[in-house]
Design a protein around this ligand. Sequence first.
Ligand SMILES: [Zn+2]
Ligand SMILES: [Zn+2]
Ligand SMILES: [Zn+2]
Length: 163
Amino acid sequence: MENFDTVSLSFCGGTHNHKNCVTTALDEAEQLCISRGVRLTDARKRVLELVWDSHNPIGAYDVLSKLSQESGKTAPPTVYRALDFLLEQGLIHRIESLNAFVGCSHPKEEHSGLFLICKDCGCAAEVHDAVIDKTILNKTDALGFKAEQRVLEVRGLCPDCVA
Ligand SMILES: [Zn+2]
Ligand SMILES: [Zn+2]
Ligand SMILES: [Zn+2]
């Protein structure tokens, strides 16, 4: 597995072209779903796009209200089912402490999500580290524990908010 251990956290401050993030994420999602033979329906795709609206984790309720605003009243199960699908496919991660979702920037590889979450501006930067990944897998395997969700959350201040 490739090691992505250095990730620029500058995106928290919104100084990058976020459209690129969204386009890349949607393209990757489409390709992945095709290669896995699962359907990225319009509703699922739109929910993914809404989650990718920013790098700040978004709650299911907010996704629902955005969707209802643009396409009329939407049934909550539509959103929950879409979010479940996206989670299953590894296209998004769930941030338990915030009860919210954030897009995965490298869904092609199975990995643990390590998130640096800024308590000030709310951004969540995903850090990729194959060593941490392997350590977690080794530990869980050794204990005979079947890991399902592997998301680590580190809370603090992003570089923009520290400054
Ligand atoms: Zn972005
Ligand atoms: Zn991820
Ligand atoms: Zn911040």
